[in-house]
Design a protein around this ligand. Structure first.
Ligand SMILES: NC(=O)c1ccc[n+]([C@@H]2O[C@H](COP(=O)([O-])OP(=O)(O)OC[C@H]3O[C@@H](n4cnc5c(N)ncnc54)[C@H](O)[C@@H]3O)[C@@H](O)[C@H]2O)c1
Length: 357
């Protein structure tokens, strides 16, 4: 049995904990959360309870007692925990963003490369986007002309997030674009490939220095086409985090407003076809309320994939998405911020070589 440690026991630590608990209780992985650590001991103690785990009093104590670690601290604290775990040769699931800026992200990536690892860019597993990527890449609708991705969320220092670090640039690195839309950047790379340049305008309306609450980012591709990400943190607390994706191909328009199962709407001259995916059948084994099974599956599926890879390949395992996908997204985020600080001038992106897929 693999002993799992969770470092950082806030919002996403609890979400991963809940997903792992269901995988364990459903007999879907040979693993268990056995240790938790947070600089706030009450959080480590609270997360330990449902797993019957031991709250560790130091990071070293946790790392000494586990076989694999989930790093779920706020962004600026990923580096120290990742480096300490990599020094011990432990496999690491690291949350996104890797770090607040590109240079620090490259250091985190260098440590992750030394061990089996996976990055929490969970949209890579969403069936709706995998279907969209497959359809677009098949070429059956002709070339992609333009793509529009709107990502909106209430300013996440309130409500269910219950934590203030996303208003602190030293801990978060920036606002809505790095913190939330890094998912969107990785998603568009999976569908459209790597952009060749990026231009951006950002604005901060809510008084948190260095934390943009709006970003309008245009990605340019080698064939001259573009994609746009509109990313916004608003104050509508009743509105859940949501995404709307529209892809205009020569002979089809694909769109969805659900970032997990869809449906994906595909409009062509023949009419509108709907593609709706099923959650993995094994969520039937999840304990608890059925209404939570699908939201938890979004996190359980990547975690199961990582644990399955570790069980199959041990130290040779490589999770997905990996540091290559994460660093490619960080390059875009960094260029977008540089463009925005220069008034929106396009910034060329350096190539990351052959696709990491
Ligand atoms: N993949 C996703 O869908 C997703 C969703 C939400 C958050 N995230 C990412 O997860 C990370 C955490 O976000 P969150 O919403 O859980 O924040 P949070 O504030 O709810 O939790 C962060 C926790 O880290 C703890 N912490 C800080 N420094 C630490 C250290 N050095 N050692 C141990 N614990 C430490 C804090 O005390 C806090 O409990 C961020 O990087 C965020 O971007 C990813």
């Amino acid at each position: 049995m693999m002993r799992i440690g969770i470092v950082g026991c806030g919002h996403i630590g609890m979400v991963h904990g809940a997903a792992l608990e269901r995988l364990v209780d459903g007999g879907l992985v040979d693993a268990r959360v056995t240790a938790t650590f947070d600089t706030d001991p009450a959080r480590a103690a609270a997360l330990a309870v449902p797993h019957g785990a031991t709250p560790a009093t130091t990071l070293d104590a946790l790392l000494d007692a586990v076989d694999v670690v989930w790093i779920c601290t706020w962004t600026a604290a990923h580096a120290d925990a990742v480096e300490a775990a990599a020094d011990r040769g432990l496999p690491i699931f690291c949350e996104k963003p890797l770090a607040p800026d590109l240079a620090a992200s490259e250091r985190v990536a260098a440590a992750l490369r030394r061990v089996p690892h996976q990055v929490g860019l969970v949209l890579a597993y969403a069936p709706v986007f995998r279907t969209a990527a497959g359809l677009v890449r098949s070429g059956r609708f002709g070339r992609v002309l333009t793509t529009i991705l709107r990502d909106d969320q209430y300013f996440p220092i309130q409500g269910m997030y219950g934590s203030s670090w996303r208003g602190d640039v030293a801990k978060a690195g920036g606002g809505t674009f790095i913190e939330h839309s890094i998912h969107d950047v990785a998603l568009l790379a999976a569908i459209l490939g790597d952009p060749v340049d990026v231009s951006a305008r950002t604005s901060s309306q809510f008084g948190h220095e260095g934390i943009e609450d709006q970003a309008l980012v245009t990605l340019g591709y080698a064939d001259g086409t573009t994609a746009t990400i509109a990313s916004v943190w608003h104050q509508i607390l009743s509105r859940g985090s949501s995404r709307r994706l529209e892809i205009f191909c020569e002979r089809a328009m694909l769109w969805t407003e659900d970032d997990y199962l869809g449906p994906l709407h595909v409009e062509t001259d023949d009419g509108v076809e709907l593609f709706e995916a099923e959650a993995p059948p094994w969520i039937d084994r999840f304990a608890g309320l059925a209404e939570f099974a699908k939201p938890i599956a979004q996190y359980a599926e990547p975690s199961k994939a990582f644990l399955d890879a570790l069980a199959a390949d041990g130290p040779a395992a490589r999770g997905w998405p990996d540091v290559d996908a994460a660093l490619a997204a960080h390059l875009v985020v960094d260029a977008a911020y540089r463009s925005a600080s220069g008034g929106g001038t396009p910034i060329p992106l350096r190539s990351r070589g052959p696709s990491a897929e």
